[in-house]
Design a protein around this ligand. Structure first.
Ligand code: PRX
Length: 662
């Protein structure tokens, strides 16, 4: 992580609008029911108590929302900071909590997912908890027949399908550790992650649908695993019927593997701290970091927040639009709603297929009550005009969620009006791959301010520190920190202890050991409402996804014509940030529009469509420090027409002049 410097950012804009939630919701929501039972008079009092007594609070949540094979004897152990352990001695399994216990409770007929294919001529289909239970048991037996054992890593490179969740659950069931890679990643991105976690088995699909057309995925998966010696089998789901290249002895059809197996399979009894999954996310350096999460804590955080923040109950129809390959999909498409036995909608494709009415139509058809998406999608739909939502009945929606980046007030008002019927409160949830569940968010009874994520949730002592580790007063900016641990927190980076400590714990180690540095800066206004201001490290946020500047730069310099590259984020109305690249070509190579296009294609093939630069500018030099570090801060300021600030550390200040205004 950078040096964590935040400057002394003040709250620039005072937001005065306050949206009160509907009275009936505020009074009856799950969170307030709990508060009333405990005798709290105000939400503030409740949040404060839960922070102060956080161990007692999490103990109650763990007992309320998770079922344990054997109870734990200690809630949390911090004797080896920054390696916090939760629910010591407890035995548990995520699959048992997400599926098996609902079958035991006679709720197998409940629908877990209403699956909606992208192609409008394919049938929509309901998957019950019972069906998922049986298929996962067979799949788990199938994995065992391939030699998969507890602790083995399994990479999952699959599109948005119920089978993807079933693959996750099958791993959880037998104690294998899954690692999903978003299917929009390139083969290289996928392959790097497979190699890093030394996956024994890979799940993929023959292809997926994009804008109505079947697109191949298996060839990319093959390319990705070609140098991964650890991979013994590739399990292929038939989704599109596209012809696929086949490696005899290694490749196995998903359906053939499942069909052969018995539906009886014992669920592995896991220690609470044993790992459930690894999910890679972008850090400061180009190399993605493998965030590890544990069974015990993960059975608690997503379920608690689904219950409290989204107020989910069994009569809800819930839809989170995130792809299951990201953390939002892990916690809020898969594990959180499943642990509560909720019925979700799962949609395979893009929001604009066959037209921009698709999402509203799904809301209308399934009478969706709770809807969770990202600001980039809201802004994209807002741009298409109000006539799209106006064509459909959206009156079923009672609560909205947002995640991934700040929901700017204009988008907030539009989202509330056109998705929320001007009454549904918006839970703007701040959290991270590392946190595993929501950390800062309104609750359904919280009066909300547009653009604000309200306050830290019960159980969290999240606050804002200056560089010295002092809490900043209201109105001042600083680093978001968690001085106390929480159950669904990350446990480690896969095989990288040094970076784990450096990125999150070193910053305040001398003053307050065990303080988690989130990597975002924020401010609070005079009423204590939180406003997230963005990352402190060199990580871009493109359409709500984290992409390290260094990753795109290393992709560019891997091109034969490129000598050096610097990448910055330019504010973008829809995506939050657009990637802009400044490139120095190798001696003798001529600049051209074709070369700029070729570089974009190169990034697409090496990293995937999310990372494509919106602009490529050829320059003769890039400003650098005396130690040779490219000064992205200065490049960005110059390119955006802002003051470049102190450039005294530059070895080549004249290089600033080469940076064009963009
Ligand atoms: O910068 C914050 C931003 O997304 C980062 C976490 O990214 P990732 O691990 O990919 O997880 C995304 C989904 C949880 C954070 O460090 N972020 C997330 N939620 C918000 C946000 N920024 C502003 N407002 C939010 N609600």
């Amino acid at each position: 992580m950078a040096d964590g410097k935040t400057g002394t950012t003040k709250v620039l804009m005072e937001e005065t609008r306050i949206f009160e939630p509907p009275k009936a919701l505020a009074e009856n929501c799950n969170a307030w029911q709990w508060a009333k039972k405990k005798g709290f008079k105000t939400e503030k009092e409740m949040r404060a108590w839960c922070g102060e007594h956080y161990l007692e609070f999490w103990d109650e949540m763990a007992k309320t929302y998770a079922d344990w094979y054997e109870p734990y004897t200690q809630v949390m152990d911090d004797s080896e900071k920054p390696y916090f352990k939760w629910f010591i001695g407890g035995k548990i399994n995520m699959f048992y909590n997400a599926v098996e216990r609902h079958i035991k409770a006679g709720k197998g007929k409940r629908v877990a997912y209403h699956f909606i294919p992208e192609a409008t001529d394919q049938p929509e289909r309901a998957y019950t908890y019972q069906e998922i239970y049986e298929t996962v048991n067979k799949l788990a037996n199938g994995l065992k027949s391939l030699g998969v054992k507890k602790g083995d890593r399994i990479s999952i490179y699959m599109p948005m399908l119920p089978e993807t969740v079933m693959a996750m659950l099958a791993c959880a069931k037998i104690g294998a550790i899954h690692s999903l890679v978003f299917s929009g990643f390139s083969s290289k991105g996928f392959g790097d992650r497979v190699q890093d976690c030394e996956a024994k088995v890979v799940f993929t699909a023959d292809g997926f649908y994009r804008r109505g057309k079947p697109m191949p995925l298996k060839p990319q998966a093959d390319e990705g695993v070609k140098d991964a010696a650890s991979v013994k089998n590739v399990i292929v789901l038939k989704r599109t019927g596209l012809e696929v290249p086949w490696t005899e002895g290694r490749d196995v059809w998903f359906h053939e593997l499942v069909d052969k197996q018995s539906a009886d399979c014992a669920t592995e009894v896991m220690d609470a701290e044993e790992r459930l999954f690894i999910l890679y996310t972008s850090g400061t350096t180009g190399k993605p970091k493998g965030i590890e999460h544990a069974h015990g804590g993960y059975c608690v955080g997503p379920a608690y927040t689904c219950k409290w923040v989204f107020d989910l109950n069994e009569d809800d129809i819930y839809w989170c639009t995130a792809d299951v390959g990201w953390i939002t999909g892990h916690s809020y498409v898969a594990y959180g709603p499943l642990c509560l036995g909720i019925t979700s909608v799962m949609y395979e494709g893009s929001p604009d297929y066959p037209d921009f009415g698709r999402w509203y139509k799904i809301i209308q058809d399934y009478k969706v009550t709770v809807f969770y998406t990202a600001p980039t999608a809201v802004r994209m739909l807002m741009k298409q005009g109000n006539e799209w939502p106006e064509k459909f009945d959206r009156s079923s929606v009672r609560l909205l969620g947002s995640v991934g980046e700040p929901l700017n007030p204009e988008a907030y008002i539009w989202y509330r009006k056109y998705f929320g019927n001007e009454i549904s409160p918006i839970m703007d949830t701040w959290w991270q791959t590392e946190s595993g569940c929501h950390v800062i968010s309104p609750l359904p009874m919280t009066p909300c301010k547009p653009g604000s994520v309200a306050y830290p949730l019960p159980g969290f002592n999240t606050t804002i520190y200056d560089e010295e580790g002092n809490e900043v007063p209201l109105g001042e900016g600083g680093n978001i920190v968690n001085p106390t641990p929480w159950p669904s927190m990350l446990r480690a980076f896969y095989k990288d202890e040094v970076r784990y400590k450096k990125e999150y714990w070193d910053m305040y180690w001398k003053v307050k050991p065990g303080t988690y540095l989130a990597g975002d800066k924020a401010t609070r206004d005079k009423d204590g409402y939180w406003f997230v201001q963005g990352r402190i490290d060199d990580v871009l946020s493109v359409a709500g996804h984290r992409i390290a500047n260094a990753e795109v730069e290393s992709s560019l310099v891997a091109h034969k014509d490129v000598a050096e590259a610097a990448v910055i984020g330019k504010p973008d109305e829809i995506k939050g940030e657009a990637i802009i690249a400044f490139v120095i070509l190798k001696e003798g190579v001529k600049t051209s529009d074709d070369l700029a296009k070729a570089l974009k294609t190169h990034v697409r093939t090496t990293m995937g469509p999310l990372a494509i630069p919106a602009g490529v500018y050829f320059v003769d030099d890039l400003p650098k420090t005396r130690s040779g570090k490219i000064m992205r801060r200065v490049i960005k300021a110059k390119a955006l027409g802002n003051p470049t600030g102190d450039t005294s550390a530059l070895a080549n200040p004249e290089a600033v002049d080469y940076i064009p205004l963009i």
